[in-house]
Structures are given as structure tokens and as C-alpha cells.
Design a protein around this ligand. Structure first.
Ligand code: ZN
Length: 63
């Protein structure tokens, strides 16, 4: 597992000193080398679980 870029970087701008700015709300977050903070922010603040889950949502038709 060595993805060069995470999906979260669609929503963040990389700043100096390992910080990242949320493109949605403009908040600066510390990444500390990983993106779990960023993912948590998106999930908690912006309700974007689709960023975290790469699972395909299967539409189940019940008809
Ligand atoms: Zn934000």
C-alpha cells in the first residue's frame, strides 16, 4: 500500500511545516506526516465519508 497521493488532498492544500489547509472551510490542520487528521476533519466537519471509504456503493434495487 503506497499510494503517492491520498484522496484527501483533493480537499486540502499542502502548507509548509507539514500543515494542510482545508479547502472547504479554510482551517489549518497539522498533518504530522499522515492524513488521518485530515480525513477525520472531513468526516467530522464536512460529512464526507466518501473520502474515507473507497468502497463502491452498490445500489441494491429492492423492486
Ligand atoms: Zn474544513
Amino acid at each position: 500500500m503506497s499510494k503517492p497521493k491520498s484522496e484527501v488532498w483533493k480537499y486540502f492544500d499542502k502548507k509548509m511545516n507539514g500543515n494542510a489547509m482545508c479547502k472547504v472551510c479554510g482551517k489549518i490542520l497539522r498533518t504530522s506526516g499522515n492524513t488521518s487528521n485530515l480525513m477525520g476533519h472531513l468526516k467530522k466537519m464536512h460529512k464526507l465519508p466518501s473520502v474515507i471509504n473507497n468502497n463502491k456503493k452498490e445500489k441494491v434495487s429492492t423492486i
